[in-house]
Design a protein around this ligand. Structure first.
Ligand SMILES: [Zn+2]
Length: 439
């Protein structure tokens, strides 16, 4: 079995892996590297030729599988985050094979392809979590998992040389707000049958303990939204548009507060729209969603006059200068933030210098206006050290390949593996983008 670590092994982003056994190659994920995309200042880099976008480091360099291009049987996606499928509109047409993932991931992919205006002729296949599909001599399986976006799956590729399990990204949430618990039974079963290699999300491998359930984030939201005095005040919650479980909790508490919940912004409209299309949720029943600029301005002007009657949910939790919250803070929208209004950050600031600076600027503006802030009302979607140990114990893979954690996170997971009896360089492998590993 040959494993091509194409992207996501040297940085946190642009994930892409290929696996080859004989004449069959399978690809898992085709992501974007968001920081490089956001920092590009000469227009939208996605309008450039694909080779150029690769050179900028925004999408993975798939050159190492160029000579096996014709053998690729599928491109599978474990979940719908941009760092896992955002590169597909640019790279998928290099391959003549189907694109496959769970329904929510495939809806998001479809909307990204539409936005990119690229012509992608690959067949699309949506499969439910806990199901499989055969391609050539490979059996591709999607195992139900929890993360911070609906319908996340661990991807298993079963071959005559053994099984590769792709566990990137995941958390082990026993009380999910949306969807089912991880399929522990199946993982244990695979562990008993034997797994050749496992690629693992090592982002928080150096964080002790277990990542708290999404249920904990929900209780934190309950505490802040129902347990503080926001009557008569403006109330805004900002979070990730793709975190549908979190949005579900926010809408629930907004309704308990007897406020009309209004979701605003293009990405809210897009990600909630995808979830409603496949009937995962029906937010339109208990809230209103406005995506396009004219309509957003209209509803915000209305809310501005009766702020005590609404709860605004918007993007901009990372202080992105063009998101709704930053534009409100700069007085560029018809809703004016007043002294005493509440802003709840249901997220964690991603610790890159750019993001931290953006958040600092946003918070300073809010503070000047006398806005009351509640921060870090959040729990992560990534496994901590004890979740990683639990997964390794269940699956008991022969080889471990850390991914998604940058150098430090990957090393953290390697250290844990060594603690558990693996041997560095023999059964746990620290690899960079563009490597080929034979196991
Ligand atoms: Zn993710």
């Amino acid at each position: 079995m040959k494993i091509f670590t194409i992207g996501g092994f040297s940085e946190v982003g642009k994930n892409m892996t290929a696996v080859q056994v004989g004449d069959d190659v399978g690809i898992i994920d085709m992501g974007l590297y968001l920081p490089k995309l956001l920092n590009y200042e000469e227009g939208d880099p996605r309008d450039l030729p694909t080779k150029h976008i690769v050179r900028l480091g925004i999408i993975p360099d798939d050159n190492i599988i160029a000579q096996n291009k014709g053998k690729v049987k599928f491109i599978a996606f474990g979940h719908g985050h941009l760092d896992h499928l955002g590169g597909a509109p640019y790279l998928a047409s290099n391959y003549q094979c189907p694109l496959i993932g769970t329904p929510y991931s495939m809806e998001i992919l479809e909307s990204l392809i539409r936005d990119s205006k690229k012509k992608i002729e690959n067949q699309r296949i949506a499969v439910n979590p806990n199901s499989h599909k055969i391609f050539g001599k490979m059996k591709l399986e999607f195992i139900n998992m929890t993360h911070s976006i609906p319908q996340t799956a661990l991807v298993a590729v079963h071959t005559k040389d053994g099984t590769l399990l792709y566990a990137n990204d995941f958390k082990l949430d026993n009380h999910p707000i949306l969807g089912k618990k991880p399929n522990y039974e199946r993982l244990e079963e695979l562990g008993k049958k034997g797994v050749k290699a496992m690629i693992v999300d090592s982002l928080y491998s150096r964080r002790d303990g277990k990542t708290p359930s999404e249920q904990v984030a929900r209780e934190m939201l309950r505490d802040v939204l129902l347990g503080t005095n926001n009557s008569g005040k403006g109330l805004i919650v900002t979070t990730f548009a793709s975190h549908i479980a979190r949005l579900k909790s926010i809408i629930h508490f907004g309704n308990l507060l007897k406020r009309k919940v209004v979701l605003v912004g293009r990405s809210m409209h897009k990600y909630v729209g995808c979830a409603e299309k496949i009937k995962l949720v029906n937010f339109s029943k208990d809230s209103e969603i406005y995506g396009f600029s004219g309509k957003v301005r209209g509803i915000l002007a209305k809310i501005n006059k009766e702020r005590e009657k609404y709860l605004i949910v918007c993007t901009g939790n990372q202080g992105e200068p063009n998101a709704i919250l930053s534009r409100m803070a700069r007085d560029e929208l018809p809703f004016k933030l007043n002294s005493g209004d509440h802003v709840v950050f249901s997220c964690r600031t991603i610790p890159t210098p750019e993001t931290m600076e953006n958040r600092r600027v946003l918070e300073e503006r809010l503070r000047k206006k006398g806005v009351i802030m509640f921060k870090d009302i959040h729990q992560s979607g990534h496994a901590s050290k004890e979740d990683l140990r639990h997964l390794i114990e269940m699956v008991n893979p022969k080889h471990i390949i850390p991914a998604h954690g940058g150098e430090a996170g990957n090393k953290g997971l390697a250290n844990l593996a060594v603690e558990m009896g693996y041997k560095l360089g023999e059964t746990v492998h620290l690899v960079k983008d563009g490597s080929v590993l034979e196991v």
